[in-house]
Design a protein around this ligand. Structure first.
Ligand SMILES: Cc1cc2nc3c(=O)[nH]c(=O)nc-3n(C[C@H](O)[C@H](O)[C@H](O)COP(=O)(O)O)c2cc1C
Length: 409
């Protein structure tokens, strides 16, 4: 029997509007949609979770000092950051996103290109630097201090040949192993045996299975950007982690070497990610870096490190006139961005916020997140009576006594 026309036109009444109004709602959807180990890998954090919690809580301790009239219809939020003109002062921080979405970092790159901002690509990413620069020419490649100098130079050369616009070096990792809420089990590789073992956790996540099934893809959990040259196989995530763990930690001379090598090779900016202390920020200037990110790796690293927004102003006051100072950690809304800019950040970098968007709705979900940031920034600028992010200052904020953490001299 032919289906009646009205039935063909009927929309699924249970279909959810894919748009979400806040990053918190995107996170709720990610939690529902992702298999538990994938979701928990994004929650991450370390030890008792003091830093991950403080990163977000510290923003709630800051308030605004608004104006009642004299507001402006025009509000500008574009700015030059790391040599690039971007439409909003929010940049994609590099994350090793394995298994969240089949398009992974390519979806994130397309979304950030569509919204006119920079994408940071992790060396532990699931997509190649060539695919990502094709999706967003405004890509910065991130490297850990892993492998010997020859290997690092090869990786820099590959990223430069792919057309990246700069390098981010993340050096703050302390190989913390445990967390009180338990770590997700990550398989070494995905084969039939693994598929059967993980089936109970994955079987109820129909939407996630559908996305990967449609692309005829299973997450392979390798790091393609760490593959040796001339067609060598990419290491598994654990293989890459082992190389990193067994590499002697870098000195300040190593930082200067990396910066100089990158500058000679590419002539493009070098950002050092993971600075919390004023004395380290000054050393970074001496090492010749163009920018730093005040970052504690989103609380995944040395637990007990204070929220980055508490450490930002002392660092920006010390070196902000010599290099660009960015901030990441706990940024979830446009008003958080405005608070960071008022305290001296040139821009912010976001991590989990876009990962929740990616999990909730792929590329459109990441665009949705960036739109939430834009409208939140515009709203805060309106309330503060500003025409541009360039006019923001600490006077726009209500800052409780003892808020700042002035680390080192
Ligand atoms: C799941 C996950 C993976 C990450 N992977 C990397 C990485 O590969 N390289 C890196 O420099 N930072 C990495 N980070 C840190 C982020 O770049 C960023 O500093 C952090 O997420 C900012 O905090 P937020 O998530 O509260 O925004 C990762 C963070 C998360 C949550």
């Amino acid at each position: 029997m032919a289906r009646p026309e009205w039935l063909n036109k009927l929309e699924n009444p249970w279909r959810q509007n894919p748009w979400f109004e806040s990053v918190a709602v995107a996170q709720q959807r990610a939690r529902k949609r992702l298999p538990k180990p994938v979701y928990m890998a994004l929650v991450a954090g370390s030890e008792r979770g003091q830093t991950i919690e403080d990163n977000q809580r510290a923003f709630t301790e800051l308030g605004f000092a608004p104006h009642v009239a004299g507001h402006h219809a025009e509000r500008s939020m574009s700015r030059t950051v790391l040599g690039q003109e971007i439409s909003l002062p929010v940049i994609i921080s590099p994350t090793g996103v394995q298994a969240v979405h089949p398009d992974g970092e390519v979806a994130v790159a397309r979304a950030s290109a569509a919204r006119g901002t920079i994408t940071g690509l992790s060396n532990f990413a699931s997509k190649s630097v060539e695919e990502v620069t094709a999706a967003n020419p405004n890509t910065f490649f991130q490297m850990y201090w892993t492998g010997d100098r020859d290997v690092m130079v090869q990786r820099m050369q590959r990223a430069h040949a792919a057309g990246v616009k700069g390098l981010m070096a993340t050096l703050d990792w302390s190989f913390s192993m445990g967390r009180d809420w338990g770590s997700p089990e990550i398989p070494e590789k995905v084969d039939l045996k693994t598929a059967i073992r993980f089936a109970p956790q994955v079987a109820t996540k129909l939407r996630w299975m559908w996305l990967f099934g449609k692309e005829m893809e299973i997450p392979d959990l390798t790091a393609p950007n760490l593959a040796p040259p001339n067609g060598g196989a990419a290491p598994t995530f654990f293989g890459a982690y082992y190389e990193w763990m067994t590499t002697p930690p870098p000195s300040w001379d190593d930082v200067a070497w990396m910066r100089q090598t990158w500058a000679d090779l590419s002539g493009t900016p070098f950002l050092l990610k993971g600075v919390c202390r004023v004395d380290d920020a000054k050393r970074a200037v001496d090492a010749g870096v163009d920018a730093i990110s005040v970052s504690n790796h989103g609380g995944n690293n040395l637990d007990g490190t204070p929220a980055t927004i508490r450490a930002l102003k002392p660092v920006a006051d010390a070196v902000g006139d010599q290099i660009e100072v960015l901030l990441d950690g706990g940024v979830r809304r446009g008003s958080d961005v405005v608070k960071a800019l008022a305290l001296g950040a040139r821009a912010v970098m976001i991590g989990r916020a876009y990962l929740w968007g990616l999990a909730a709705n792929g590329q459109a979900g990441v665009e949705n997140v960036l739109d939430i940031f834009s409208s939140g920034i515009a709203s805060a600028l309106l309330g503060l009576g500003k025409t541009s992010i360039d006019e923001l200052s600490p006077d726009d904020l209500v800052i409780p006594d003892g808020f700042f953490r002035d680390l080192g001299e």
